[in-house]
Design a protein. Structure first.
Length: 148
């Protein structure tokens, strides 16, 4: 072998060694960067009470109505669960809406009081809001048209 081919082989071997060493050293940093992104996603997905709004909106044809809103900016899959006072599941559904806004209607039965519990759940996190609606009190709703 001549001196030129030995130098070329040494240069090539040095370049391959440096590239391998760089990849070996950089791999843990790439892994940490991915873990931080995962943690940021989880932190961004953390539920807070300000994202959930459940409001009693009245009655319609004997049914009791509630409006459920959930601000879900990451459009994550979540569950809406409605339970009665005994813990029985009355409704359960999964959604991915970013701006969830639905009306939940309960058929009026003969009970004097209704106590639904609304639960928004993402993974192991959940927000719960309970209501007590007394049906023995009559509510009169009026609509006045002021302009045609």
């Amino acid at each position: 072998m001549n001196a030129t081919s030995v130098r070329a082989a040494m240069t090539k071997m040095t370049l391959v060694s440096l590239t391998a060493a760089f990849l070996f050293i950089a791999a843990p940093f790439t892994s940490k960067a991915n873990n931080n992104k995962e943690k940021e996603k989880v932190a961004a997905a953390a539920l807070n009470a300000k994202q959930v709004s459940v409001q009693y909106t009245g009655t319609l044809e004997g049914n009791i109505l509630f409006r459920v809103k959930f601000d879900n900016p990451t459009a994550q899959k979540f569950s809406l669960i409605v339970k009665n006072h005994l813990g029985d599941v009355l409704y359960s559904g999964q959604f991915t809406d970013a701006d969830f806004n639905k009306v939940v209607s309960f058929v009026s039965d003969d009970e004097d009081e209704m106590t639904p519990n609304f639960i928004i759940r993402i993974g192991s996190q959940q927000i719960s809001q309970s209501f007590s609606v007394n049906r023995s009190t009559e509510i009169e709703e009026q609509l006045v048209v002021t302009k045609l």
